[in-house]
Design a protein around this ligand. Sequence first.
Ligand code: SF4
Length: 293
Amino acid sequence: MKPKSYFIFSFDHRTLPELGEAALNRPPEEIVLTGGPYGLRRTVVSVRVNPSSPYRVAPDGDGALALFLDGARIADVGLPPMPEYYRHPLSNGKSVMEVAPTIQWGYLIYLTVFRVCQYFGAKEECQYCDINHNWRQHKAAGRPYTGVKPVDEVLEALEIIDRHDTARASTAYTLTGGAVTSQVGGKDEADFYGQYAQAIEERFPGRWIGKVVAQALPKEDVQRFHDYGIRIYHPNYEVWDRRLFELYCPGKERYIGRDEWHRRILDSAEVFGPRNVIPNFVAGVEMARPRAS
Ligand code: SF4
C-alpha cells in the first residue's frame, strides 16, 4: 500500500506525537470509496488522520475493508497500490516518496520544492495553513524532510518515475511550496520555482504537463513562469469575503492586498489563457470560528 507522504501540509487534525500509533502505522495516502448502501461511484479521498472522527476504516465481517460511520457500513474501501518507483531510492539514499511523491491515484507528481513559507508567524501565515508547523514536526520526529529540494534530486526522482511508470499513469507535475516574499538561493518566487520547470522540460520535453501552485504574482513574473515551460498556473483566491481574507491571510493582505491579488489572477489569464489558470478557494473557512481579536 502507498503510505501518506505528507507532501505539503499535514492535513491531520492532531500533531504527530498526539497521533502516536495512528501516524507511526503510516496510513495510506488516499483511499477509494465505492458501492455500499448508497451505491457510491468511485471517489478518491485524500486521507486526514483524526482519532476522534466518527468515520472508521476497518475490515467488515468478510474481511474486506469498509468505511463505517458510527458503526454503520457506508462504503467499500480500496487502498492505493505501492508504485514500483517508490521501491527504488535515489543515489543519495532518499526515497522517491520524499522527493517526488505522487498523489491522486498516481497521475500527479507533487513537487513541494520549498517546504517552508516566508510568511512566518501568526501575523503573516495564512491561518488555515500548517506548512511551517508541518516542517517543524517532521524535523522534530527525525523524519527526512528536505527544506529546499536540489534540482538534481528532483530530476533523478523523475528519472526513476519515468523508468518504472511503464503504464504512464503519471501525466502531470505540480511545483509548489511556501511563498517566497524575498528570495531563496538568490532567486525570487518566479525564478525559484521556474528553474525546476526549465530543468524538467529540458530533460523530459513534453513528458508531463507542468503546473505551478504559487502566489498571485505580477504579470511579468507570471510570464516568466510560462517562459520556463509551465503550462498551468494555479494561484488561489483563498477566501472571497474581504474581512475574512484580511483575517485569515494577514501576510498576503499586508504585502499585496486582496484587490491587487484578484487583479493579478485575472491578468494571468492573458499569459496562460483562461482555461489554464485554475484558482481554488479554501473551502469551509467561512464556517470556522472568527479569530478572537
Ligand atoms: S502563503 Fe501558502 S504556504 Fe504560506 S502560509 Fe499561506 S497558504 Fe501557507
